[in-house]
Design a protein around this ligand. Structure first.
Ligand SMILES: Cc1cc2nc3c(=O)[nH]c(=O)nc-3n(C[C@H](O)[C@H](O)[C@H](O)COP(=O)(O)OP(=O)(O)OC[C@H]3O[C@@H](n4cnc5c(N)ncnc54)[C@H](O)[C@@H]3O)c2cc1C
Length: 469
């Protein structure tokens, strides 16, 4: 009896990788791609895995960079996207950049040539029919409208964000806690809180006025044509609020009410920037209400004017662009499967990861999970200590639900970064105390060494030191 195929919808970074992984596991796949019959606002060709903007897979440094580590794990897992990327590399320093046409042509040719993959060109205009018992939706940030609408009605009206207003996220260990303090407004405990849930950064009048002026003067990114989605008052960019008047921010996200500076209780702050815990590990904090379309360089410059954030390192900067993604932590189980419909998985940017490499990685996992189901050999999710696991945990559950802002989404798309990993014990060289940059580097190396070893074990590869060399 021939094996029933897995249907993969969308031949982008995630769908191509998912199809490849399932087929390499011995399961037939039908890959549905709507281009060239129907295009998107950003794709220009009919090639699979088209890179819609930059040609960079970012850092290829697997020892001290989180996306570099993800590259390494993808290579260990036999990723098609990395294989074609490596084959079409162009010089880019420590980054992996690719010839976009050569890369896409290579992915397309290899998929076309795979004996277990059939490509069907055409739009899938609604949810996969029930007789597609195993299917993966990997239709990306620009999912065609009728499928997007079908997903929206199947998952709930607020479960599909079409518009992405994101605020910057900061690494906790770069916040100066001698200036900032933990406190919830009016010390409110709330359900599941402690009364000390926010980090507060105080500003006096002069600093506030200089900050508002910097926001007004800062260079903004322009909206592209395809980004014509209107924004609503609930997520106005911070610089648009500043344009409405000098006091607007002080009565909005920067209001100082109900907060007492623990380091200087007698002086009332004129304005306060609040940071909220962003992941369960407590290693990342987001800037509450600071969605912005300032240019990235301007964001780092201007936000470092905030007392306590002078040395802040950003895990992600803010931005506004069209993005279709589901509220994965509530909708998906730990193997990317829709809780309401067994066998239907999501992969790629539509799950709430961000970036080419991350999308491919989630495609790889979805393809492997689906193939394991078909073969009747359930597959445990990758350990949280690997880049695969860290990213998967962010998508399926690592975020913090915000109880104090009913109706707002707390789950936001993110690139892979070290803040998503559980801390690792840093080896202490004898007779030497590591400080500053050296210490940060040692911490990163400890995380990446542990990740590679755990990833090899998860993949069933040899984990001896020689094999890992
Ligand atoms: C304008 C723009 C610029 C970006 N720039 C960058 C960047 O510089 N660097 C970066 O890392 N990331 C960038 N991204 C994010 C980027 O889109 C993702 O990183 C990556 O492409 C997502 O991979 P994916 O497989 O999830 O989606 P995609 O690569 O977009 O693939 C989805 C595929 O599904 C197809 N499809 C959609 N709907 C249907 C349907 N109903 N039926 C059949 N097929 C369908 C599409 O044609 C497409 O081929 C950008 C995104 C946008 C929108």
């Amino acid at each position: 009896m021939t094996m029933k195929p897995i249907h993969v919808i969308g031949g982008g970074l995630a769908g191509s990788e998912a199809a490849w992984q399932a087929a390499e596991a011995g399961v037939p796949v039908i890959l549905h791609e709507m281009r060239p019959m129907r295009g998107t606002e950003a794709h220009k060709t009919d090639g699979l895995a088209e890179l819609v903007c930059s040609n960079s897979f970012r850092s290829d440094d697997a020892e001290t960079n989180a996306v570099g580590l993800l590259h390494a794990e993808l290579r260990l897992a036999g990723s098609l996207i990395m294989r074609s990327g490596d084959a079409h590399q162009v010089p880019a320093g420590s980054a992996l950049a690719v010839d976009r046409d050569g890369f896409s042509a290579d992915v397309t040719e290899r998929i076309e040539a795979h004996p277990l993959i059939t490509i069907e060109r055409g739009e899938v205009a609604g949810l996969p029919p029930e007789d597609w018992d195993l299917a993966i939706i990997a239709t990306g940030p620009l999912t065609a409208p009728s499928l997007a609408e079908a997903i929206r009605s199947a998952t709930g009206a607020d479960a599909l964000a079409f518009f992405d207003a994101i605020a910057p996220i900061i690494h906790f260990d770069t916040i100066d806690m001698d200036t900032c303090w933990f406190q919830s407004r009016y010390d409110k405990v709330g359900p599941g809180g402690t009364g000390k849930d926010y980090i507060n950064c105080p500003m006096d009048k002069d600093r506030y006025e200089a900050f508002v002026q910097a926001l007004l003067d800062g260079q903004k990114t322009e909206f592209k044509e395809w980004e014509g989605t209107p924004y609503f008052d609930g997520c106005l960019p911070i610089e648009v609020m500043a344009e409405r008047g000098p006091e607007t921010l002080r009565h909005g996200p920067m209001k100082p009410m109900g907060l007492t500076n623990a380091h200087d209780p007698s002086v009332k702050p004129y304005a306060v920037v609040q940071l909220r815990q962003d992941n369960a590990l407590g290693t990342l904090y987001n800037m509450v209400g600071f969605q912005t379309k300032l240019r990235h360089g301007e964001q780092t410059r201007i936000f470092r004017m905030i007392p306590g954030l002078e040395n802040a390192e950003f895990a992600r900067l803010g931005g506004l662009h069209r993005n279709t993604y589901i509220n994965s932590p509530t909708l998906l189980d730990g193997t990317l499967q829709l809780k309401r419909r067994a066998g239907l998985r999501f992969a790629g940017q539509i799950t709430g990861c961000e970036g080419y490499v991350e999308s491919a990685a989630i495609g790889l996992l979805a393809g492997r999970f689906a193939a394991a189901d078909r073969l009747g050999r359930p597959l445990a999710p990758p350990p949280a200590t690997t880049a695969f696991g860290a990213l998967l945990n962010h998508i399926t559950g690592g975020h913090i639900v915000s109880d104090d802002e009913p109706g707002k989404r707390s789950f936001q798309p993110m690139n892979v970064n070290f803040g998503l990993f559980p801390p690792a014990a840093t080896p202490k060289p004898e007779g030497k105390r590591l400080r500053g940059k050296e210490k940060t580097l040692a911490k990163k190396k400890a995380i990446t060494a542990r990740a590679i070893s755990d990833c090899r074990a998860w993949l069933g590869l040899d984990t001896t030191a020689e094999a890992a060399e």
